[in-house]
Write a protein that binds this ligand. Structure first.
Ligand code: ZN
Ligand code: FE
Length: 255
């Protein structure tokens, strides 16, 4: 079923997303980074909030849950794996659970790594996935609670989505991610072109989110652990994907 997506910047580098199911008018916010900004966006669109869909427990994702629930009486859906840390949670969901928003549905995928219970919401009929802090444009979430093995499996679920799937990442980290990506994948022409395009967009004050699966497969070093060029650039030719991913993530943490 068709949805409208309204994206807006909030906090220092987060994005807020409102999703409206056109058939029945149900409206969800993906995470609750800033209740005031979310209420202002709802006002601007003339929409009434019916659902909160949380990706993980961090304050810039679930910190506004209770304020919004108090104002709107909305239903809060969040990760079963960290439900105790999701304020006001009404429904706990995990791998392959289906979430209804009016006549629209999203499938939940477990993507542990950034946090142990992180989930993402895939609106397959609309070709959109809300990925929280699992994947960013040319980057991925820091491994606060999970292992490289878990995160590689989580990212592989995103890599396997249809290539045109739009990825709505929770942060505008793209320019810094591009600089790092070039350091581990210096001969990647697609990456060079994209880094230049990102510089142009940011200079013009434009968002670089959403990205899509096809672009990330070509330019995101955290999806390219099996690429021989990237492996050679970090002296890991022939190593297994999880080891290459782990080394790439370690380098990013120190970049
Ligand atoms: Zn986070
Ligand atoms: Fe975050």
């Amino acid at each position: 079923m068709p949805i409208d997506i309204h994206q807006f910047p909030c906090l220092s580098d987060n994005y807020g997303f409102l999703i409206r199911d056109r058939a029945e008018g149900a409206v969800a916010t993906i995470d609750t980074p800033d209740p005031d900004a979310i209420n202002a966006a709802l006002d601007e669109k003339g929409w009434r909030l019916t659902h909160i869909l949380n990706t993980h427990w961090h304050a810039d994702h679930a910190g506004g849950n209770l304020a919004l629930k108090e104002k709107w009486g909305c239903r809060i859906i969040g990760p079963a794996g960290e439900a105790a840390k999701i304020p006001g949670i009404d429904r706990r969901v995990g791998e392959d659970d289906v979430v209804e928003l009016g006549a629209t549905t999203a499938t939940v995928r477990d993507t542990p790594g950034h946090t142990s219970g992180h989930i993402i919401y895939h609106f397959a009929d609309d070709g959109a996935a809300f990925v929280g802090d699992t994947i960013f444009a040319m980057g991925c979430g820091r491994l606060f609670e999970g292992t490289p093995d878990q995160m590689w499996t989580s990212l592989s679920k995103i890599a396997a989505m249809p290539p045109e799937t739009k990825l709505y990442c929770a942060h505008e980290y793209t320019q810094a991610n591009a600089a790092f990506a070039l350091s581990v994948d210096p001969h990647n022409e697609d990456l060079r072109r994209r880094a230049e395009e990102v510089d142009r967009l940011r200079a013009a004050g434009e968002p670089t989110v959403p990205t899509n699966v096809a672009i990330e497969l070509k330019t995101n070093p955290f999806l390219r652990a099996e690429d021989s060029g990237l492996q050679a650039a970090i002296d890991m030719s022939g190593a297994d994907a999880v080891s290459v991913f782990a080394e790439t993530r370690r380098r990013k943490d120190q970049f």
